[in-house]
Ligand binder design. Structure first.
Ligand code: CMC
Length: 430
């Protein structure tokens, strides 16, 4: 980050004020307004933070106009093609790709931490049937701070161990919650399997029907997790940072991020896409009806999996996922009618003026659900899968914030629009 030699000049009520210009390493330009209120009496108003930088960060760079996404300087296309998810997790958290020794140590710790405290396993018994998997995930992750309280005095104490513990345990929690929802016996982690293979085995292995961990399925899952691993200051990451800014421990900050991700406008969109495609299918592929509904401002319906706050040309993750989806379905010889519906819907929308004028095209969630279906993941676990992928990004962002001596508690302002001062009237006089 650099302070530019030029300042921006703001003129209010005939007086001028200098605003420092900050530039990032990729040329992002920002006005530093941190002293604006104090100097001018004015705050800024930006509902939905459409144009507000909340921090400086060196983790993820994205250019929504050019469709660029890079983690720590590496192009998402190259990472998705050549890396293991755990290498990318290490990269995000530590800032560099691991060398052989670092990678072996990381893998060793992931294996060592894979078990869940047996007392925590009883928690699963007390959720009602059909409990929401995202709610279970958030509760379980929050509870980890009671079982592994190694950071109670200093949030950064043992951070690398805690981060590794969390990355390992979250997949055990996710798989156990699925097994419990089926009433099936739990399948414990196996040290001989890699991160994604281990997760799939815990999800799908059964006593009488052993699960065949297929390399093409492991590879598709690995790619999906990498594509979801970070996305700079999105809703859930900003939540993790905001909660963390109050000095809250890593587990509880991440638990808050899980809840933010759950929303259908954010990570919950991957479930909503499948529900929408099923609805269109059940309605005799009546595309026009749903395109018209999406364009109708009096109708709350939107095309799930379309549109993005930041990408204005294409979502590079959406393109990679679409190819991965085609490859996996071909390799597994699966024909999913929802894939055909998705392709047709995409084509209609991409040629419709409403979607063209607003730069609306498929985002990361549009095709990911079809891959999850092919793998056998139930629809209500899709957002849990997103959380598994996003976890390293949340951890990296939380750590970056905690390590930055300039960090202050997050505390936005408001423009008050309520009643002005009123005289109190006692109950018996009202
Ligand atoms: N279907 C129909 N119209 C849409 C859609 C959509 N999916 N998305 C945006 N629009 C319209 C919106 O109504 C508005 O129209 P107008 O200018 O006439 O008022 C215009 O496009 C701009 O949209 P916006 O809601 O102001 O944009 P935003 O940046 O606030 O919202 C979004 C971004 C992703 C929440 C939104 O596009 C959306 O709701 N998409 C569907 C849900 C979805 O797929 N979410 C996953 C996002 S990617 C994964 C992640 O990062 O979480």
């Amino acid at each position: 980050m650099n302070k530019c030699s030029k300042n921006a000049v703001l003129s209010i009520d005939g007086k001028t004020y200098d605003l420092p210009i900050i530039t990032g390493t990729e040329g992002d330009k920002a006005l530093d307004i941190s002293k604006l209120l104090q100097e001018t009496g004015y705050m800024t108003l930006d509902t939905g933070y459409k144009n507000t930088g909340s921090c400086t960060s060196s983790i993820t760079y994205l250019d929504g106009n050019k469709g660029i996404l890079r983690y720590r300087g590496y192009a998402i296309e190259e990472l998705a093609e050549k890396c293991l998810f755990i290498e990318v997790a290490y990269l995000l958290i530590h800032g560099h790709l691991p060398n052989k020794t670092e990678f072996d140590d990381f893998k060793y710790l992931l294996r060592r931490f894979a078990l869940l405290h047996e007392d925590m396993i009883h928690f699963f018994d007390h959720f009602p049937p059909n409990a929401q998997p995202m709610s279970i995930l958030s509760v379980m992750v929050n509870s980890l701070c009671n079982y592994y309280p190694e950071m109670s005095d200093d949030p950064l104490e043992n951070i690398n161990m805690t981060a590794t513990r969390l990355i390992s345990k979250i997949r055990t929690i996710a798989a156990f919650s699925y097994k419990k929802s089926l009433g099936h016996p739990l399948v414990y982690p196996r040290p001989d399997l890699n991160y994604c293979g281990n997760f799939l085995n815990m999800m799908f292995d059964k006593p009488v029907y052993p699960y065949d961990v297929r390399p093409e399925v492991v590879s598709a899952l690995n790619k999906l997790l990498i594509l979801h691993a970070d996305h700079e200051q999105n809703c859930s990451t900003s939540t993790v940072r905001l909660v963390g800014s109050a000095g809250v421990n890593l587990y509880s900050s991440i638990s808050a991020g899980i809840n933010a991700l759950w929303g259908p406008l954010h990570g919950g969109a991957n479930e909503a896409v499948i529900e929408m495609l099923e609805m269109i299918h059940a309605d005799g592929n009546n595309f026009k009806k749903y395109i018209d509904k999406a364009k109708d401002k009096s109708d709350p319906f939107k095309l799930s999996g379309f549109g993005h706050r930041v990408y204005k040309t294409f979502d590079p993750r959406g393109q990679i996922i679409q190819e991965a989806c085609d490859d996996l379905l071909t390799m597994l010889n699966i024909s999913d009618p929802l894939l055909d519906i998705a392709r047709q819907l995409e084509e209609i929308a991409l040629n419709d003026d409403y979607f063209i004028e607003r730069n609306l095209f498929p985002n990361v969630d549009f095709y990911s659900g079809i891959i999850y279906r092919a793998i056998g993941i139930p629809t209500n676990m899709f957002t849990v899968m997103f959380a598994l992928g996003r976890l390293p990004g949340w951890i990296a962002q939380w750590k970056e914030q905690q390590e930055d001596p300039r960090t202050k508690i997050g505390r936005p302002r408001q423009v008050f629009t309520g009643e002005v001062s009123r005289k109190f009237v006692p109950l018996d006089e009202r």
